[in-house]
Design a protein around this ligand. Structure first.
Ligand SMILES: *Cc1c(COP(=O)(O)O)cnc(C)c1O
Length: 357
């Protein structure tokens, strides 16, 4: 299998090997130590403050998006949501479900956010800001400096879903004054799906501890208390947590987060350079290193996805809804290299010879 989707992605041999092992009992000092070491590495990679915290939620990325909306905001807040695709609209929906007053900043598919979009929201009594740093559905990578400056000026509590860009693009919570960062196990962490991670600034920890949440499983103040001793309130996906730990240590020993971001950037560039002569155009000009979104000029994007999967054994990422026939995405996260890029591009060249694209 050769998998260029945006999650689940290809895992390293070490991560795969752990997946074959028996899953150990977890209320032990050994497991607590593993959790605390993972927390330390995650905070370091996210550029979080020393006294920040990180939580492991058993549930996909959306579970952590929902937990965050429920725990850091309430009906007294008034939040702005950048809505440029299916993940932005998921935040809008979550705010509505949990009675958090919100305004959706609607963008066209593929449109980047600029300072101009925010002008009309200056000094309007907003308290929070939600953004998917990389709107994976369209491949648009938002300018975090513009957002951070706006939030600092207006004293907004900034929540960033970095699920698909963490470890792929530069990011620093402290510099950007980000209070909450969310990521997931099956994107650049390149582990199986099932765990999502929330990194919380000290300010976010305070907010959570003073907020009232009507939920047992998603009560983050309970998770924070348990996390102090490297534990979780309920049984976590123990096997995946062990894989994440191994993967974090792997990244650390290969030069840390900067080396991993540079490696991904080079891999994305390598792929984009190889596209010359193929009948595709980039769907947006503001791309993350994690994904290249492509608009085929002569063929259906969905048909290209099916042909690559069924006739070449290569998986790219299809789009849904309105973009189904207009856009497909090629991921650069997970255990991929430049040779894999050539394999994919050669398959595309072959399809071109066959008159399929
Ligand atoms: C993958 C992803 C999610 C989470 O999706 P799940 O299917 O719940 O894991 C959320 N936001 C973004 C930007 C993503 O790329």
């Amino acid at each position: 299998m050769l998998n260029f989707t945006v999650g689940p992605v290809m895992s390293s041999d070490l991560v795969c090997a752990i997946g074959q092992e028996q899953v150990p009992y977890f209320r032990t000092s050994e497991f607590s130590e593993l959790m605390l070491e993972s927390e330390r590495l995650l905070k370091n990679f996210a550029g979080a403050q020393q006294n920040a915290r990180s939580l492991f939620i058993t549930g996909s990325g959306t579970a952590s998006m929902e937990a965050v909306v429920m725990n850091v905001f309430n009906s007294q807040d008034k939040v702005l949501v950048v809505n440029g695709g299916s993940f932005g609209s998921r935040f809008v929906e979550l705010c509505r479900i949990h009675d958090v007053p919100c305004t959706s900043i609607d963008l066209q598919y593929g449109e980047p956010l600029t300072a101009n979009h925010l002008i009309s929201y200056e000094n309007k009594g907003y308290t929070g800001f939600l953004v998917n740093k990389h709107e994976t559905s369209t491949g648009v990578h938002y300018d975090m400096q513009v957002i951070s400056d706006f939030c600092k000026r207006n004293d907004l509590f900034l929540v960033v879903d970095a699920i698909s860009s963490f470890l792929a693009d530069p990011f620093n919570m402290e510099e950007l004054d980000v209070q909450v960062m969310i990521t997931g196990s099956q994107k650049a962490l390149a582990c199986p799906p099932g765990i999502s991670i929330i990194v919380l600034s000290p300010k976010a920890v305070m907010r959570i501890n003073h907020n009232k949440v009507r939920s047992m499983y998603f009560d983050l103040s309970d998770a924070l208390r348990n996390g102090e001793r490297g534990q979780t309130p309920f049984t976590p996906a123990v096997g995946i947590i062990r894989q994440i730990h191994a993967r974090l240590k792997e990244i650390d020993s290969n030069g840390g987060v900067n080396a991993e971001v540079s490696r991904t950037a080079a891999l994305a560039q390598n792929f984009r350079n190889k596209l010359v002569g193929l009948p595709f155009i980039f769907f947006t000009n503001c791309m993350s290193n994690a994904v290249t979104p492509l608009h085929p000029l002569n063929a259906s994007a969905h048909q290209i996805f099916l042909t690559l999967k069924d006739e070449y054994g290569i998986w790219i990422c299809p789009n849904g809804g309105e973009l189904k026939d207009r856009v497909f995405r090629v991921g650069h996260i997970g255990n991929l290299n430049a040779e894999d890029n050539s394999t994919l591009v050669n398959a595309m060249i072959d399809m071109q010879k066959r008159g399929l694209i």
